[in-house]
Unconditional design. Sequence first.
Length: 54
Amino acid sequence: MAKKWEYATVPLLVHATKQILDTWGEDGWELVQVVPGPNSSEQLVAYLKREKQA
């Protein structure tokens, strides 16, 4: 059976990027990609995934 995934998009604050990612990582989320936010290149958005629990 194929794995099922759930996804999250998280705004990253430049001064707290590591803390934000560490917090999500503790909950089992894996960073997939970071892209510029829609309103400003100074705002970043992280895309995360984790295996969906049955």
